[in-house]
Design a protein around this ligand. Structure first.
Ligand SMILES: C[S@@+](CC[C@H](N)C(=O)[O-])C[C@H]1O[C@@H](n2cnc3c(N)ncnc32)[C@H](O)[C@@H]1O
Length: 269
């Protein structure tokens, strides 16, 4: 029997509240702390460069989270969040409408404000992000139109964090999913893709979810094959053993890639 946890397991077993508590409390004992600090720092740099911006950004596989969008909302006018599971989309909508009991992202929002040089008060940024997220859609990256039955116009930017390694059963499926989401991006638009390397599982509460083992070379090759130029590839190797009960990654990565304008696939950077 395969250990792969596919769409059905996500729909039935992925508990958004447990996931947020396990990974996004921004406390020293929380595994997500390392990932948040790494990714938010690089996102603040990318979106303050002035190069990456536009009308619309689509977040692929948002889960119940908003952290990758806190710097992005300063440079995109509209953001569309997406995820496969009903419960994740409901949790996200609960935060968007400020419902009691929704996750407290304020420590993360404050950190992003700090990284951006405290230009706006954190409450203002939070409100601004809430106003910028215009839709929360169902998506399946394994489908040729991931937002089917909705047909979206091509966006200026895509962002996807920790989704591909979770959703794809093997490397060919990853390549195919990357091609699927690339149809949602305008030529010349930017993709920010981030996740973990060397990982084969992660825990959400007491449930184990599979991950596919990724390497830097494989990701770069997959991006080039899908028609991107790699602008930057950041990685942070970890020697941390203490989170092995949650996940077994050995590095974090964040890549900025630009979809080529020619429509031609392949080629070098
Ligand atoms: C590890 S979580 C990452 C969530 C969030 N992006 C983050 O950074 O924490 C993996 C996400 O992938 C979503 N997912 C799983 N299979 C998917 C699929 N076929 N298409 C789209 N999303 C999927 C899950 O519902 C889950 O929210």
């Amino acid at each position: 029997m395969s250990d792969f946890t596919g769409p059905e397991q996500y729909q039935n077993l992925f508990d958004p509240k447990a996931y947020l508590d396990d990974y996004y409390r921004l406390e020293g004992d929380c595994m997500g702390d390392e990932y948040l600090r790494f990714s938010l720092k690089h996102l603040a740099q990318i979106y303050s460069s002035g190069k990456v911006k536009g009308e619309t950004l689509i977040d692929i596989g948002s889960g119940p989270t908003i952290y990758p969008l806190l710097s992005a909302c300063e440079v995109y006018k509209n953001i569309i969040c997406t995820d496969f599971t009903d419960r994740n989309r409901e949790e996200l909508k609960a935060w968007l409408t400020n419902q009691p009991g929704s996750f407290d992202w304020s420590p993360v929002v404050k950190l992003v404000c700090q990284l951006e040089g405290d230009k706006v008060p954190w409450t203002e940024k939070e409100d601004h992000l809430r106003r910028t997220i215009k839709q929360v859609l169902k998506c399946d990256i394994l489908e040729s139109n991931p937002t089917d039955p909705v047909v979206l116009p091509q966006a200026d930017g895509l962002i996807s964090f920790l989704c591909f390694e979770a959703a794809c059963k093997d490397q060919p499926a990853y390549v195919s999913a990357l091609n699927n989401i690339t149809t949602l991006l305008k030529p010349g638009g930017y993709l920010v893709l981030s996740g973990v390397l060397g990982n084969t599982y992660y825990m959400v509460g007491k449930v184990k979810f599979s991950g596919i083992l990724l390497t830097e070379d494989f990701i770069k090759e997959a991006l080039r094959g899908a028609g991107y130029t790699i602008v930057s590839f950041e990685r942070s190797d970890t020697t941390e053993e203490s989170f092995q009960d949650k996940s077994n990654f050995n590095a974090l990565y964040l890549v900025l890639a630009q979809k080529k304008c020619t429509g031609l696939k392949g080629g070098s950077d």
